[in-house]
Design a binder for this molecule. Structure first.
Ligand code: SF4
Ligand code: SF4
Length: 76
C-alpha cells in the first residue's frame, strides 16, 4: 500500500518567518497575505501533491505546533 504525505499548518501558531518555505525542496509552502490572530502573515500549503514527507519544514520551524506532517495510506 502506498503512502502519501502532506503538511498541515496551524496558521495561528505561525509567525511567518518563512524558514519552512526556504527549507522545503519541493516548494510546497508559501507565505500568504492574510493575517492570523497575532496579526502576522502565515504560510499556507501551495502544492500539497508535491510533498515527499521529508519533514525538513517541521524540523526547521521554531514554533512548536505550527507544522504537522500527515501520513495517509493510499489504495493501490
Ligand atoms: S515534508 Fe518536506 S516536501 Fe513536504 S512540505 Fe515539508 S519540507 Fe516540503
Ligand atoms: S517555519 Fe514555522 S513559524 Fe516560520 S513560517 Fe514556517 S510554519 Fe510559520
Amino acid at each position: 500500500m502506498k503512502k502519501r504525505y502532506f503538511p498541515k499548518i496551524r496558521s495561528d501558531e505561525c509567525k511567518g518567518c518563512e524558514r519552512c518555505v526556504i527549507a522545503c525542496p519541493k516548494n510546497v509552502l508559501a507565505l500568504g497575505t492574510t493575517l492570523n490572530v497575532m496579526g502576522l502573515p502565515h504560510v499556507f500549503v501551495a502544492d500539497e501533491s508535491a510533498c515527499t514527507g521529508c519533514s525538513l519544514c517541521f524540523y526547521t520551524c521554531p514554533e512548536p505546533g505550527a507544522i504537522s506532517i500527515i501520513e495517509e495510506k493510499e489504495e493501490d
